[in-house]
Design a protein around this ligand. Sequence first.
Ligand SMILES: Cc1cc2nc3c(=O)[nH]c(=O)nc-3n(C[C@H](O)[C@H](O)[C@H](O)COP(=O)(O)OP(=O)(O)OC[C@H]3O[C@@H](n4cnc5c(N)ncnc54)[C@H](O)[C@@H]3O)c2cc1C
Length: 355
Amino acid sequence: MSYWTLRPTRVAEVQEAVKAHRTLLPRGGGSKPALSTPGEGQTLLDMTGLSGVLEYDPGEYVLVAQAGTRLLEIEALLAQHGQYLPFDPPFVEQGATLGGTVAAGLSGPMRQRYGGVRDFILGVQFVDGEGNLVRGGGKVVKNAAGFDLPKLMVGSLGRLGILTELAFKVFPAPKATATLQVAFPSLEGALETLYRLAGSPIELYALDLQPPTTLILRLGGLAEALPARLERLQAFLGRGGELLEGEAETTYWRSLNDLNLGEGALVKVALTPRRIPALEPALGRAPRRYLSAGHLLYLAWNDALDVLDRLLKAHGLSGLVLRGSTHRPRIGIDLEQAMGYKVTQALDPQGKFAR
Ligand SMILES: Cc1cc2nc3c(=O)[nH]c(=O)nc-3n(C[C@H](O)[C@H](O)[C@H](O)COP(=O)(O)OP(=O)(O)OC[C@H]3O[C@@H](n4cnc5c(N)ncnc54)[C@H](O)[C@@H]3O)c2cc1C
């Protein structure tokens, strides 16, 4: 496959590249190769040259960074001030960047507590398909001006513009965390408890289902308050479960962050927990995990992606291939709506970005 690679270090160079090249594909850290491997004749824009935190005021809980900034750098800076990105982005150790995370719309298990990428993005700056620099949103937490362009860019997969700068709202990190792993005799029993937990006032940082029947529950907050909260959670569940604490607990979640679930393609599927009982038997032995109270599924698929494509279509679901060899990372039902086409047409009339 032949393609050009450019590594801009200034926004003006991104604008020039968009004007000068026929089709372009931006790449951040390359941690989701199925989304960032260019096709024949495409120009690859390596965005890691546009890196660095531009503004960070811990007192204001706002961080502004260039799109190519590695999450590792951002998380280390935030941690110095006891803060974090509550949407818990994956692939931090793999070199994921802020821009790539927004474009792919990726969140991790801890989004359960406060929400996903979309809930924390405050502002964007990007280059549209004609080379114009576009700004949307702002750099303050209370920002309600105009059309919400920043949210539109979440999950846009590089099709609406090349992200160059992002503003995010950040939060104080929980002072202490603990995790309870609770195995149930059946999937129905596990889901029944998952529904009860999701509708309860119990605040969980993560509420995951590890098939076949284990719920994984993460609590966070002040260290002094954790034991009592754990007891209340166990009383609610009517069972003890296996407790993970301290270094072992941190290591467990850190290793989950790279989503090395198993051999094959890594696929993200958005769903609702009520879909799980029908989907589970169809997925066979594919290693998988449901995050965010059953609203997000990550699975490792070792068979042909066409097979998964058909399976997802049959269940009315759409998936996004993050790792694995494919020219068509969006599988399952087509979510492209009339609105989507119109937005794409307005921002990229010449069709320079990936489709
Ligand atoms: C113009 C445009 C066109 C697009 N076209 C497509 C397309 O054709 N195909 C495609 O796959 N993607 C497309 N996307 C991407 C799409 O917007 C999202 O990637 C996709 O809907 C999955 O959501 P997400 O990745 O943002 O996941 P998340 O925000 O992580 O959400 C995952 C799922 O969980 C649900 N959810 C999240 N939080 C909660 C909660 N608290 N309670 C209940 N449910 C919750 C969400 O609704 C979603 O279904 C497009 C994006 C844009 C901007």
